[in-house]
Structures are given as structure tokens and as C-alpha cells.
Design a protein around this ligand. Sequence first.
Ligand code: URA
Length: 434
Amino acid sequence: MVMYDLIEKKKKGLALDKEEIEYVVNGYTKGEIPDYQMSAFLMTVWFQGMNKEETYELTMSMMRSGDVLDLSNINGVKVDKHSTGGVGDKTTLILGPIVASLGIPVAKLSGRGLGHTGGTIDKLESIPGFKTSVDSEAFVDQINSIYMAVAGQTANLAPADKKIYALRDVTATVDNLSLIASSIMSKKLASGADAIVLDVKCGNGAFMKDEESAISLAKEMVEIGKSAGKNITALVTDMNEPLGRYVGNSLEVYEAIMCLRGEGDERLMEVSKSLAAHMVVLAGKAKNVTEALVMVEETVNNGSAMKKLVEFVTMQGGDAGYIIDPSLLPKGEIVVEYRAKQNGFIEKIQTELVGKACLCLGGGRRTKEDVIDPGVGLYLNKKIGEYVEAGQTIATIYASDMKKAEESLIILEEAYTLANKKIDGTNKIIKCVI
Ligand code: URA
């Protein structure tokens, strides 16, 4: 096979077969196909698209490029959840203990945050002592013992995707449905779970800005998952404002704990419970989502989910004292309030800017090498549809450096828009794709 011919074939809009796709993926991963040819190939895919079979084969080739976790030694149906990324998304910390407390094994490999979105691993590492590098044997043992483990993705999970994604990032070829779906699903399938619930975020803080494209992505990923023999569902959920009221690593752990105590933000809880209920159904522990939701409510109300969180944190080396008394968690000591200049209703929040306001405090990374400041972040006193009077606080900044707090304040001022009329809040479930 010759790479030039495959670029030419795709340029003409013809479909590639399994062997041809495997040749491209393996050749590029091994360094035998140069960046300039792979860039041309990705651009032809961007313009011509890929059909369902090609997208599936691309996913499977990228999955096979590295380790595929073997979870067969874990008893029961192993479930996983994946979010396409947003701001304030701490649902894993809430639904993980909920689902595990119902005796369902939750096997989760998570990533770190990069840019304006956060990552579960960074959030967990803000709990003093918590270890996210767990070898595969300990991972399996822990799930068999307490039904839940969360570990950082190893470097050898779908390495082809890592290399191709880096090239897409600099060749304007990220925003293609087949490329996004195969990139996400190659990592999910390599993570080894039997059942997967996808949370496809939609809105101004997400990859997919409108409902139509988010639903298309959800459908594409569900089809790939089914073809690979997985039990899979996708929920499309709103990301036109941050999820919940806290943004920042330890602040989000704090909010997740409040949710498990039954004192959390209503919409954050609604999204977390829905995702958890779908995991329960896929695991075969409930006949339908309505029945699963009753189980989810009960495990939160009777304190079992909260107990599971304490057990999980302890098992991974974290100091459970911080979970039992979350006021001890790190919190930026410099407090700056963003106050309203006029009366009005919150009309719009540019979610990506809220993520950037946290990033500039040190709550995220601009490059992979940046070190996170775990206690910094934001509390959103006001969200969409809420009324604020001139002088009242719209958002509170927790910082460890005054200059960074001032920079964050400028970004927040740009992120919020006020209006005279009330509009409905967001953060709802938009659609379920089965
Ligand atoms: N997340 C991924 O892992 N890959 C993409 O292509 C987009 C989002």
C-alpha cells in the first residue's frame, strides 16, 4: 500500500477498507508516515467525511494501537461513564459512589484537564493523599472489593489517537464528526468496560455548540459502541452555563460531597442522577430508568452513596477526614467578589470564559507541564434566570494571588450578560440516544 494512493482515493470521496485504514493508523503511529501526508489525509477526511464502516474501523485501529484493559477478572457488568467535556462537570464524583453503592462495578479511567475544561483526575488529586496512578492489578482488586476505582489514563491507551489528535489540533481538523467520535470511542473501548453511558455536552461551553450536532455525535458514538458489542446509551445535556455552582478542583469536590449529602445544586443533581440511572439500567440492575431513579434516590437519601465515597477515597490513599468535613478542603484565601453594576436577570453566561477565569487563577493548565493550584476557583452566586440587584455579588473568586484574581474578575465581567426579562435556566437533559 502507498499512502499517496490512499490520500488520492479519499480525496475522490471513495471509502477506504479496514486494511487501508489500519495501514494509515499504524504507519502514522510508528512514524513511517510523515506528518505532511497524515495532515493531507485528515483534511480529505474533513472535506469528504467517513461512512459508518470507515468510522468504526478507524476507532478499532486506534483502540488496538495500545493497551486494551482486560477487566474480565471483575465480577458483574462493568460500567463506565464519559463526558465530552465542559465547565464545572463533577458528575463522576457524584454518580460513581451512587452506582457503586448499588453493587455495580464502576471502572473508570479519567483524564486531566487541559485548557478551559476540568479533568476528574485533577479534582480527585485535590484531596490530600489521593493517588490516581493505580496499576491494573490493584485497579481490578479494588473494584472487586468496593465496586469502584478511578485511575489516570496510562500513556499507552490508544497512543494512535494521542498522536493523531495532536496533529488535528494544529491542522484545523478537530471539528469533524467521524474524527471526534472515533477519537473518544477508541479510548473508551480500550478502557475495557462492558457498558458505557456517554454524556454529550451541548452549548457554548462544549465542543458541540448546537443540539443538532450534539445529537449527531451521540448517535455516531452509540453506533460505534454497539458495533463493538457494548451496551451503550448517550444523554445529550446542556452546557450553556457551568454545571452546578462551583468551578475549580477542590471546590468541585466540595460541591460533589454536598450533593451526596442531599444539599447540592438541583440541576447538577438531576443530570448526575439521570446518568447514574442509565448506568444502573445498562448494568441490568433495574428494568427501566424510572425504577433505577428510585434506587438512585434511595442510596443518596439513606447515606450509602456518601459512605461509598469515603470508602473509595480511603482506598486510594486519600484522607477521608476531608470528605467527612469538606470545609477542610483547600480553598483560595484571597476572596474577590464580582458585583452587579445594575439590576437585572442573568441572561447569558459564556461558559468557556468562566472556565478561562478559573484557568487564569491556576485552577487549570495551559500546557501539559503546568502545575494546578487545587484550592482556587469560583462560586457562581447567580446563574441563568436569576435576579441580581446592583451591588449584589454575581460570582465569588477564590484565589491565592491578587493579580490573578484581578485578571479573573475581568474575564468574568465579560462572561455574564444581564437583561430586563427573566429567561429559564439551562443545564437540562436534552435527549437520550439509545
Ligand atoms: N475529545 C477527544 O478525546 N477527542 C476529540 O476528538 C474531541 C474531544
